[in-house]
Design a protein around this ligand. Sequence first.
Ligand code: FVH
Length: 288
Amino acid sequence: MSSISVLGMGAMGTALARTLLKNGHSVTVWNRTRSRAEPLAGAGAKIAESPAEALAASELAILCLVDYPAPRAVLEQAKEALAGRDLLNLTNGTPGDARELGTWLAAKAAIYLDGGIMAIPPMIGGAGALILYSGSHALFDRHSSALEALAESRHLGEDEGLASLYDIALLSGMYGLFSGFLHASALVTSAEGKAVDFLPLLLPWIEAMSGTLPDLAGKIDSGMHARDVVSNIAMQKIALANIVRASEEQGVAPDFMQPMLRLAGDRVDSGGHGDDISAVVEVIRKRK
Ligand code: FVH
């Protein structure tokens, strides 16, 4: 069992600290607002009075704070205590944020692992929780038993930005699903339907359409968007235009759907009539 400090006693940091305690680790906690750390003392954690004290107390320090400026602000207060320390940052941010923090920490001789939590606080320590990691593989290996207690662990590579990139990509898939669901619900309820009653139609449809993703993924990777196409993008552009017109007729703002219509239209206009919808990826990549 190892000694671990958790800095940040928000909803997620608290769930991480409690899970580590339950698994027999020696836990020290620190929070900017001390009163939020105090309940953890009752569960067996030590409370550190400063970030530097928290770092010095343990073999591994985990930061889980609201946004990326926060870990930097906290670590600035412990600058002298960083050399040789194992630091794991589970704060949500961008790949650039993670790489910038990694560079700053490397200059202070700290060892850095970044992570992206694919779970909500009650899932931590249970089935279905996943944490993506990138950065120091040596740190990941050294603390693997503690990390496994928190969630299933996946190390993606030494580039510190990768965990954040994959975290953001997974969230993009989730928000795509949510935006489609919200738009579909607005349409159905515009004619007195109930979103709840619509679900038995929507869920099997989404499941069936998910089955097309392996084919689309192969087209994205190979760039062969015109191979074995059953629903070409020119036809789909008309369907998307119909969705936009139907939304307007029903008094539903077409804001979620218009970008997809525009992007599919750009591909058709540049000669890709026979491509699959996968070809939209070429349009958005060009805008990078
Ligand atoms: N909660 C969730 O569902 C998601 C699930 C996926 C991953 N996220 C990310 O986890 C990070 C922390 O989220 P959280 O839910 O714990 O957030 P809060 O409960 O709002 O707690 C925020 C903590 O951050 C501390 N803090 C804020 N600013 C500073 C600062 N400048 N210096 C030091 N600490 C700071 C705050 O302290 P205090 O306000 O109590 O003093 C809390 O400890 C986040 O990246 C999610 O995206 C969670």
